[in-house]
Design a protein around this ligand. Structure first.
Ligand SMILES: [Zn+2]
Length: 97
């Protein structure tokens, strides 16, 4: 135990807690990433940790059927993988609407 290894720094796969999302179609119900159902959180992580190369996604679609849009994030991995939707609350627009 102890964690720290000499080779490579061990980045935890935890995402920053300041990512906010809304369920698609319910822009009023913004929640933080740590409030996501476990399955959706896993999907988000998998996407965020995946290798680059794809286009950024407009939304996260979980196997449970829920869809989420990222409204804001300070996590570079999230920003690399997802288009952020500021939403009307912060004066943004929905490009995909
Ligand atoms: Zn889910």
């Amino acid at each position: 135990m102890g964690g720290e290894t000499a080779r490579g720094r061990k980045r935890k796969s935890a995402l920053r807690p300041d990512t906010a999302l809304v369920p698609v179609g319910e822009p009023e119900r913004e929640i933080y990433v740590w409030s996501l159902p476990a399955c959706c959180l896993r999907s988000l992580k998998e996407t965020a940790m995946s290798e680059a190369g794809e286009r950024r996604r407009l939304e996260l679609e979980c196997s449970c059927g829920r869809k989420w849009r990222v409204t804001s994030s300070l996590d570079g991995r999230i920003l690399d993988r997802f288009v952020t939707h500021g939403g009307p609350r912060v004066g943004g627009s929905y490009p995909a609407a």
